[in-house]
Design a binder for this molecule. Structure first.
Ligand code: AMP
Length: 390
């Protein structure tokens, strides 16, 4: 097999999904194959590039989904694998850069698993499974928290005693791989704006926003865990800590129930009582569905304002991820609320949903840029391969 056949395999493990992509080891080459197993733990479905439709597969958990990929002839885990790259949501205080995983880093990732209970444990299961199956192939961990580790102290702290900060109770910020991609894409697309102050809005089933100054993160709407900040599909977003106390003290909810509630029963789903998918809510006439959409839009706009303050002003706004890339009405309504800041929506460009969506006369520019976390993981992984390995 020639060096040209070597590949980097990227795994993005969620609580109920496993996204995958295999890239040649040449930087920036298009993926050889990519796709996703969704609905893991229930009626799992495989979607794979180069094919149409979905295939039902049996996968009780993300590790089993990885085994499905490993058993697939010509699949992403076939061929000559140079390295695996993994998305790891939480790296805690010490893992500040992507790393080649060894036993010590595995233990560090394990130790912060309680801070990302939906994401770190299944990603570790997949990583350990691949270590057993492909001993000797390097595994690289890329952290969603890493891109934010340069935040100034005011954005990195809660107003709690320093001892707890030293123990790791910090405002980490998440979706860093996505923001790293957006920062790079903005440099190419609009370099003069990218050098300035940009708010990036990653609006998907998880949602957060990031303040980028000259492509570096200086603040994030998310904090200690991915529960903070904006309302999400099923997560509450920012909540007065007193609500948690009340649920425990007055309703007698044990901590497991509170955790399940905050991650699965709140956000758009909890508010509307209807769906976690904003498309369903936008299509509904139900009062609570409308209120949930209004709440989401209100908080995206409010957070843009707050992050503009973090940066001492704002030059541009980027929408990305499922809702940000696809929802024409959400983008329009967010920008309507931000009109006073200097955003003038171009409705035709917004309908097209790619590139700049504000008018030529708009004082500030807003963009739609599809994110690509897998590409960032591939870049990081290639960057950590021993020299000459590719
Ligand atoms: P992500 O987590 O980035 O994959 O985003 C998933 C979410 O994006 C879904 O839960 C939907 O709410 C939203 N989404 C996907 N496609 C669309 C669309 N065409 N219009 C509005 N929202 C969408």
């Amino acid at each position: 097999m020639s060096a040209a056949d070597r590949r980097i395999v990227v795994l993005n493990t969620g609580s109920s999904s496993l996204k995958f992509a295999a890239y040649p080891t040449t930087p920036e080459a298009p993926p050889l194959i990519f796709g996703e197993i969704d609905g893991v733990g229930g009626s799992a479905k495989l979607k794979i590039s180069g094919t149409t439709g979905l295939r039902s597969v049996t996968a009780a958990n993300p590790h089993a989904a990885m085994e499905v990929l490993a058993a697939m002839p010509g699949g992403p885990l076939s061929g000559d694998i140079a390295a695996f790259g993994h998305r790891i949501v939480h790296g805690g205080p010490d893992l500040k850069h992507s790393v080649v995983v060894d036993d010590a880093t595995l233990a560090q990732i394990d130790a912060v698993s309680p801070l990302a209970p939906l994401h770190n444990p299944p990603a570790l299961d997949v990583l350990r499974g691949l270590r057993r199956r492909f001993p000797g192939v390097p595994q690289v961990a890329c952290f969603d928290t890493a891109f934010h580790r340069g935040h100034p102290a005011v954005a990195d702290r809660f107003a709690i005693p320093d001892a707890l900060y030293q123990e790791g109770v910090r405002r980490y910020g998440f979706h860093g791989l996505s923001y790293q991609y957006i920062a790079g894409a903005m440099k190419t697309r609009a370099p003069e704006i990218a050098r300035g102050r940009v708010v990036a809005a990653h609006l998907g089933s998880g949602a957060s926003m990031c303040a980028l100054v000259d492509g570096h993160s200086v603040d994030s709407s998310m904090g200690f865990t991915a529960l903070d900040g904006l309302p999400m599909g099923t997560r509450s977003g920012s909540l007065d800590a007193g609500v948690i106390l009340w649920l425990q003290q007055q309703k007698g909810w044990p901590v497991d129930r509170v955790e399940d509630f905050l991650y699965h029963d709140c956000g758009l789903l909890g508010m509307s009582g209807l769906s976690n998918d904003i498309r369903d809510l936008l299509a509904s006439d139900a009062k609570l569905a409308k209120l949930a959409v209004q709440y989401f839009i209100y908080h995206v706009a409010r957070t843009a304002g707050a992050l503009a303050v973090s940066m001492g002003g704002i030059d541009g706004l980027v929408f990305t991820a499922g809702i940000g890339e696809h929802s024409v009405p959400v983008r329009a309504r967010v920008l309507e609320r931000l009109q006073w800041l200097g955003f003038e929506l171009d409705p035709v460009a917004n309908e097209k949903g790619r590139g700049r969506i504000t008018t030529a006369n708009s004082r500030l520019a807003a963009f739609v840029i599809p994110t690509d976390e897998e590409r960032v993981i591939a870049r990081e992984t290639i960057g950590l391969l021993p020299a000459g390995r590719p």
